[in-house]
Design a protein around this ligand. Structure first.
Ligand SMILES: [Zn+2]
Length: 375
């Protein structure tokens, strides 16, 4: 009898697809939390735990009170199990609209969820075919991708508060590296329950209005982050330069609501970003070295708009003019493991390895290209 656990343990240790699950107990905000999952990264400061529901938990070493390797193989939840998890996190009465790659959990009207799901599927198709035409290997997500759609901004903000704090009231959607969800609300708003009568065609027409294009771009932007993190382009909690993640998401965000066949918005000129870039360029200060290494400059309100426009401009330039180099750089970035922070200066060296040592020369080429584009 005493050999049985050892035998079971060897099954999950030896089979590459079935690592043994770890049980982790940790304390956070005065609460004890027990989780079972797979430790996918370890650092002297902490770990990242992947749980069967697809969440990833960064946990600091000093929060951990107990850690134990089990003899159960780690496995991700099935689609049905994931649906139950997601519904338990949504307001009562919520439902799930399923498509080939997505679970859209909603407490708004079914046509709206259906419209969101259609848009996400088209983006997925566009994203996949874009990289396969470029010869970049990506993979299908390991679990269905989840989008939460709340009926109004207040219910969205209530949910988002835990992750975003006060910013929850001022954003219209986000992607969470922790939950792996894209979260949004019904943008058709409207008085009372009148929107419940909107059919999918009415919603499509509504969302084609010029004043909704920016909101729509935000949703597509967040859904692109989710795709990048679930197709092998990037790993969650890995030190990928923020300009790269954001530039990539903006490159895909140009919405294309009119087409039902496919996503034609990839790599189009982002008019608001181009306008912002040209405005910032009048100052003339070099931006590239700081953009490559200083993530905070994309986060701070005072510099974020300029920096996002520069992240887009550099991405646009590299994808159009140096696509092979960009793809090789992307591939190297995709291999950075979570919590594996590079030493000072390593980001710039990696960039120079792919695109050349002369950053000022490259920057002047980006500026020249941008000054020739019309917003
Ligand atoms: Zn973003």
């Amino acid at each position: 009898m005493r050999f049985v656990p050892i035998l079971v343990a060897s099954i999950c240790l030896l089979a590459a697809s079935a690592a043994c699950a770890d049980e982790i107990t940790f304390e956070r905000d005065g609460q004890q939390i027990n989780l079972s999952g797979q430790v996918i990264a370890t650092h002297e400061a902490g770990i990242v735990l992947h749980t069967p529901d697809g969440k990833m938990w960064p946990i600091q070493q000093d929060e951990i009170t107990n850690r134990k390797r089990t003899t159960d193989p780690f496995r991700l939840q099935t689609k049905q199990e994931l649906i139950e998890t997601v519904l338990s996190e949504m307001p009562p009465g919520s439902q799930v609209y399923e498509t080939a790659h997505y679970l859209v959990a909603y407490n708004t009207s079914r046509p709206y969820a259906q419209w969101v799901a259609g848009m996400l599927e088209r983006l997925h198709r566009g994203f996949t075919s874009y990289w396969s035409q470029r010869g970049v290997t990506i993979h299908e997500p390991k679990q269905p991708l989840v989008a939460l759609v709340f009926d109004n901004q207040d219910n969205f903000a209530n949910y988002a508060q835990a992750e975003l704090g006060d910013a929850a009231k001022s954003v219209i959607g986000f992607y969470s590296m922790h939950t792996n969800y894209v979260v949004m609300f019904d943008l058709t708003g409207g008085a009372g329950d009148s929107r419940r009568n909107l059919g999918i065609r009415d919603i499509q027409r509504f969302m084609s209005r010029p004043d909704f294009q920016w909101s729509l771009a935000t949703i597509v932007h967040e859904a692109t982050h989710q795709l990048a993190f679930n197709s092998g382009v990037q790993q969650r909690f890995a030190d990928v330069p923020l300009w790269f993640s954001e530039g990539l998401a903006i490159y895909f965000e140009t919405p294309d609501v009119s087409s039902s066949r496919g996503w034609r918005g990839i790599g189009q000129i982002s008019k608001p970003r181009l306008g912002q870039f040209q405005k910032a360029a009048r100052g003339g200060q070099p931006f590239l070295p700081d953009l490559l290494s200083n993530d905070d400059s994309l986060r701070k309100a005072a510099t974020a708009l300029d920096r996002y426009s520069q992240a887009w401009a550099v991405t646009y330039f590299l994808q159009k003019r140096m696509p092979d180099e960009y793809d090789a750089y992307l591939t190297e970035l995709s291999q950075i493991a979570p919590l594996n922070d590079p030493p000072e200066g390593a980001r710039i060296k990696m960039f120079q390895k792919h695109f050349g040592a002369d950053l000022l020369q490259l920057e002047s080429e980006v500026r020249e290209m941008m000054s020739g584009l019309r917003p």
